[in-house]
Design a protein around this ligand. Structure first.
Ligand SMILES: Cc1cc2nc3c(=O)[nH]c(=O)nc-3n(C[C@H](O)[C@H](O)[C@H](O)COP(=O)(O)OP(=O)(O)OC[C@H]3O[C@@H](n4cnc5c(N)ncnc54)[C@H](O)[C@@H]3O)c2cc1C
Ligand SMILES: *[C@@H]1O[C@H](CO)[C@@H](O)[C@H](O)[C@H]1NC(C)=O
Length: 506
């Protein structure tokens, strides 16, 4: 409340009698009723029978209770809503409604894509998937899911980078940068966006691309929800037979030594660059049954290639599962059904075998510190980020992630613990924060740390925008000031990774 005094005093001095800002509750009530008036069939309140189905998220941990949910059908609807939300009860310039944005709803932490005491904008109806006339790009609505897009473009003979799990949303994945099976050839998903259609804080609908609003175009390549509501992504497309070779191999955790060594080899560009081959190593440790598996997600986006870089993984013995075959992108198996309680946290480091082993040790130690958590599944994953991905990214103009001048092959690592009972939330959150610190300490001590924190697997406590480095962080703040001078997306949209993160509560 302290901040209000100077404003009131200034308006008093200028002769105007400033009205006191309304309470958050009064603003939200005003926004919900204005939206319901303008769009009667597109707004639900908590008492509506449709409310719970419109309020679903991938993880229970993300479910909050907004006062009403608005489902726009078009970018014009989004624009109208932003004007309502920015005004709130409208008695004072300080009035506005807190709101949240949800596309595919896959961010697991509470508050990233949902809100208490506020309005939820649910973008699922903005789900068009349209190939441009010249076939050079695909228009993807912000509410589209990747699998939907792949199915709609199946048989069309072209590909574009995107998510590797079917139900994930186009908007969230792309605004966080986006790691794809095509990253070796095409860089990050965001690097391939040739145009964003964006609703700004003023309600104006603009296009951001190489020629118009270029700074906004650049800022959105990793800048998340800090600048506006993206309603459509035009994603560069490439002619391709849409066939891939790969799938899932599962081996026992006793092969850890071999798997980590093979991971290091695969991520090492100095022993050969294989742009079409992709890999993710996923540990799945069920602490209840004691079952420990390593899931090897393997793919070659060129079915006619030799797949030589993947051969060490195909050859591993024994195997619990061997599901490797040629398939269309639309049929690549990777669905992860909705989950109960889950958290993600991530870190990045240089591809070095000692560092990989140190990260593995730290990750197992943190799991061991949670032995009191009933039903804990300790899942963690390594994603290669070899230098050739960065080169492909730079060749497409790069992004704001701050990786463009990284000279080393790197790896992203993230944990994804799953559990059932909310009483353990705080313990797991604290353990995850400790894990990030320990991984950074261990890799820094070996001279192999990196500051980058990938938005797409980050926890709510991570300061993602700052991790892009000082120059990118300043650029993002400047662009936000240009396009959102009153800070609507900083102040009224609390969810996600903000430009100036408040220190975490301890
Ligand atoms: C099973 C699974 C598989 C995954 N696979 C991958 C993968 O292959 N590659 C990868 O990079 N990541 C992957 N991720 C991470 C994923 O990209 C992030 O969780 C991402 O945020 C999900 O996008 P969404 O639209 O589903 O999420 P949401 O939670 O709906 O949105 C994410 C964030 O974006 C903001 N936002 C949403 N829509 C808009 C919009 N239109 N304009 C502005 N801001 C908006 C929201 O406010 C929110 O903060 C995966 C996650 C899961 C759970
Ligand atoms: C890793 O590469 C080295 C050197 O090429 C090779 O000797 C070793 O067998 C490889 N390890 C695995 C597990 O593939």
């Amino acid at each position: 409340m302290r901040g209000l005094l100077p404003i009131a005093a200034a308006s008093w001095a200028s002769g105007a009698l400033a009205a006191k800002p309304s309470s958050t509750e009064a603003n939200v009530a005003a926004c919900c009723s204005k939206l319901a008036e303008g769009f009667p069939s597109q707004v639900v309140s908590t008492s509506d029978p449709l409310y719970s189905s419109w309020n679903q998220r991938w993880a229970d941990t993300a479910e909050l209770k907004p006062n009403c949910i608005f489902r726009p059908q078009s970018s014009a609807d989004v624009s109208a809503a932003v004007k309502v939300l920015a005004k709130g009860a409208g008695k004072s310039p300080e009035d506005r409604c807190p709101f949240s944005l949800v596309a595919g709803g896959h961010t697991p932490w509470a508050g990233a894509n949902n809100i208490h005491t506020g309005v939820a904008l649910e973008l699922s109806q903005l789900n068009q998937v349209v190939i441009s006339n010249d076939r050079s790009y695909v228009q993807l609505g912000a509410g589209a899911r990747w699998h939907d897009a792949y199915v709609k473009t199946d048989g069309e003979g072209l590909v574009y980078p995107g998510g590797r799990c079917p139900d994930v949303g186009v908007a969230g994945l792309t605004l966080g940068g986006g790691y794809s099976w095509f990253s070796g050839e095409m860089g990050f998903v965001a690097d391939n966006v040739v145009n964003y259609e964006v609703v700004l804080a003023s309600g104006e609908i603009v296009n951001a691309n190489e020629k118009q609003h270029t700074d906004l175009w650049e800022a959105l390549k990793g800048g998340s929800n800090n600048f506006g509501i993206v309603t459509r992504f035009d994603m560069r497309a490439t002619e391709h037979d849409q066939q891939v070779y790969g799938g899932l191999v599962i081996v026992p955790a006793s092969l850890t030594g071999e798997v980590l060594c093979a991971l290091h080899n695969f991520t090492d560009d100095s022993t050969g660059v294989h742009k079409t081959a992709g890999l993710t190593i996923e540990y799945y440790i069920d602490t209840v049954t004691g079952d420990e598996q390593i899931l090897l997600w393997l793919i070659d986006t060129d079915v006619s290639a030799s797949h030589a870089s993947l051969q060490p993984f195909f050859d591993m013995e024994p195997k619990y599962l061997n599901q490797v075959y040629q398939t269309s992108i639309a049929d690549y198996p990777a669905s992860i059904p909705p989950v109960s309680r889950v958290l993600m946290a991530d870190a990045t480091f240089v591809n070095d075998l000692e560092a990989i082993k140190a990260v593995y040790e730290v990750t197992v130690e943190v799991k061991d510190s949670l032995s009191h958590v009933a039903d804990l599944v300790w899942d963690f994953q390594f994603e290669p980020l070899p230098r050739h991905i960065i080169e492909a990214s730079n060749a497409r103009g790069g992004n704001v992630l701050g990786l463009g001048d990284a000279e080393d092959d790197m790896l992203i690592v993230f944990i994804m613990p799953l559990w059932q009972d909310a009483q353990y939330d705080a313990d797991i959150n604290n353990a995850a924060a400790r894990w990030v610190e320990c991984v950074q300490q261990a890799t820094n001590a070996l001279g192999n740390g990196h500051r980058f924190e990938f938005a797409n697997y980050a926890a709510g406590f991570q300061d993602v925008m700052k991790s892009y480095g000082p120059a990118n962080h300043k650029f993002l703040r400047d662009v936000a000031k240009t396009y959102d001078p009153k800070g609507l997306f900083q102040k009224a949209v609390p969810g996600g990774y903000k430009l100036d993160k408040k220190p975490a509560k301890t």
